[in-house]
Design a binder for this molecule. Structure first.
Ligand SMILES: [Zn+2]
Ligand SMILES: [Zn+2]
Length: 213
């Protein structure tokens, strides 16, 4: 078992870039208009703790800012701190954005492959798993302590609650890559998903695998 190894910049950029790429290409075009609307979640750990130092920590402009931008596209799933984001706990910002990607992608994929929304527990489990896995990488790289992330990491969703790459390929790959990102070091991540231009393509691949020819 490897410890919390600090990932190199290149790997982090590659993994974040993969989220942006798949989101723009595969997820965003199918998002229903009803999914769009502002929401907020519980306060981040700085704004929740009286007396904590509220200093500005900017993520915009960094590679992590791209993750925040994707989360904004998933307002039905993105529940950021209601206070001013510039002084929020940066790890809380990253975890709430990653949670939006995990649950938003799971819901979008499930709708595309099964023509109905997933059971509520599935999107929620994917959101929590993505939040703790992405959040851990962020906290290790930036030496940031976050009480909310510690709680998330202490209570991971049961493995059987999470989809495999054969059920929800994008969400499954996201969770697998961030579970052990050091394994992807330096090698470009490639998979059959790289050849898909829409969730319809992904669905056709999944169906062709289920139907033995
Ligand atoms: Zn905050
Ligand atoms: Zn925090």
């Amino acid at each position: 078992m490897r410890g919390e190894r600090v990932l190199d910049e290149l790997t982090v950029h590659q993994l974040l870039g993969r989220i942006v790429y798949f989101h723009v290409l595969l997820i965003a075009p199918g998002l229903p208009a009803a999914d769009r609307g502002p929401a907020s979640g519980p306060a981040c750990c700085r704004h929740r703790t009286p007396g904590s130092r509220l200093r500005d920590t900017t993520l915009e402009g960094s590679a992590w800012g791209a993750l925040l931008a994707v989360a904004v596209e998933l307002p039905g799933h993105h529940k950021p701190c209601p206070r001013k984001s510039g002084t929020c706990c940066p790890a809380c910002r990253v975890t709430s954005a990653a949670a939006a990607v995990g649950s938003g992608w799971a819901a979008a994929e499930h709708r595309a492959y099964h023509q109905r929304s997933p059971a509520p527990g599935l999107a929620d489990a994917c959101g929590r798993a993505a939040a703790s896995r992405v959040g851990r990488v962020f906290a290790a790289r930036h030496a940031t302590a976050c009480a909310a992330l510690d709680r998330l990491t202490a209570e991971p969703p049961a493995p059987e609650a999470l989809p495999s790459v054969d059920e929800l390929p994008l969400t499954g790959e996201l969770l697998a890559l961030w579970a052990d990102p050091a394994a992807t070091t330096q090698a470009p991540v490639t998979s059959w998903l790289n050849h898909c231009t829409g969730l319809g393509d992904v669905r056709r691949v999944l169906e062709s695998r289920r139907t033995p020819s």
